[in-house]
Design a protein around this ligand. Structure first.
Ligand code: ATP
Ligand code: ATP
Ligand code: MG
Ligand code: MG
Lengths: 224, 224
């Protein structure tokens, strides 16, 4: 379903370059949970950003259901993402001038969902992540883990078939984090299982995946 | 050494208020490691910010070695913090226009440390956190865990007697995180043990503390 073919990503670094990803090829099966693990700086977020089309590889290709993410012009890609993908950024990327409810509604407005339905969905999701009493708080009036939960609710807003989650439980205690994972996999809802690709440093979280992919120095690491 | 006496913190929240901390009293022994744990939103960061004087309690007092942090005027407090405290923020608070080395040098410049010594110290610390090859990278050219490590190096720059660390290993794999803890406790350096007050969701990290303090709904939680 989602395929990375021989992708590399090279960044300039002063006089030198950094090869964040080095000829990586990977496939992600529909409806499965894949955990991406590896040391800090090993290329995990770079990989996730390329898969969701937030960045372009220096070489190689990303395709989703046969559609080339890499070749899509930005506007087409933006609509494609809106229609199919949900993304939880490592630094959340919440809009600071919008409150929690407005942040979650944002993708729904972009998807032209009618206001009443938007509001209902946003409030539902915020309640599901335990923020029912924080919907009017702006990001700087929320704790770190509360901001993370708003980002999670936002990624779920359009009920996408693929969710990319970059450290979705890093700022959550294990009880809260556990509930979040249920929500992300979508399985608890009895709906069709969504594809979840998540980066984590937490081995308990990784253990709940169907498949674990290890990255080291921009390459797949088959080691133990 | 560091004492919170009956501190409360109340935030406005729309029509209502949020009581982030509710008449909390605590003491932190010099040279010891204290871990603060508790659910997301329970008041941990609020507590840490009040202890280091980044915020003022709605009521109650914070004192360090008998000096009232709460009563100090901002300029005095800023110098006091520079002289005694190091702080690792949950969201790092790096200066985006400065590169890694410049971010670490910042407290040293503020402390009027001569340039050559500043540069030497910053480079040493960045090497110690594994970023020897990233010193010219700005925050947006660094991975999440690399940004976290710059924040850690910066907190250590002035070799403070007290370090406040808000989730210092949240974005680090366990191997990297483990080395960071050694560095933070300062014990590996053979120097006088510093006071480390750290918030963590990671029970392995908490297990390395001399004392664990549990917070729930803005109060001390004596429960299991
Ligand atoms: N814009 C950039 N310019 C230069 N180097 C970069 C840039 N972005 C990332 N890098 C480098 O690429 C490497 C991989 O970054 P990436 O964010 O993918 O790591 P990561 O595995 O997600 O790490 P972490 O677990 O710390 O979040 C890092 O060493 C980083 O310094
Ligand atoms: N400026 C603010 N205005 C209103 N409410 C706030 C503000 N800052 C924090 N809060 C609320 O106070 C509570 C405690 O926040 P705090 O950041 O101390 O939690 P925390 O224990 O650090 O959580 P986490 O583990 O998620 O980082 C949260 O529920 C938060 O919504
Ligand atoms: Mg990352
Ligand atoms: Mg916090």
């Amino acid at each position: 379903i989602l395929q990375a073919s021989d992708i590399s990503k090279v960044y300039p670094s002063g006089e030198d370059t950094v090869t964040a990803l080095n000829h990586l090829s990977l496939e992600f099966d529909a409806g499965r949970i894949t955990a991406i693990v590896g040391p800090s700086g090993s290329g995990k977020s770079t990989l996730l950003n390329l898969l969701a089309g937030f960045d372009v590889p220096s070489s190689g290709n990303v395709t989703h259901n046969g559609n080339s993410i890499t070749a899509m012009p930005e506007t087409t890609l933006a609509s494609y993402r809106l229609a199919h993908f949900g993304f939880i950024f490592q630094n959340y990327n919440l809009v600071s001038i919008l409150n929690a409810q407005e942040n979650v509604e944002l993708p729904l407005s972009l998807a032209s969902v009618p206001r009443l339905e938007r509001t209902k969905r946003a409030k539902e999701l915020l309640a599901r992540v335990g923020l029912g009493k924080r919907i009017t708080h702006r990001p700087n009036q929320l704790s770190g883990g509360e901001q993370q939960r708003v980002a999670i609710a936002r990624a779920l807003a359009t009920n996408p078939s693929v969710i990319f989650a970059d450290e979705p439980t890093g700022n959550l205690d294990s009880a809260t984090g556990s509930g979040i994972l249920e929500l992300l996999t979508g399985r608890s809802e009895g709906s069709e299982a969504r594809t979840l690709i998540l980066i984590t440093h937490d081995m308990e979280v990784a253990a709940r995946a169907d498949k674990i992919v290890k990255i080291r120095d921009g390459r797949l690491d088959s080691g133990a």
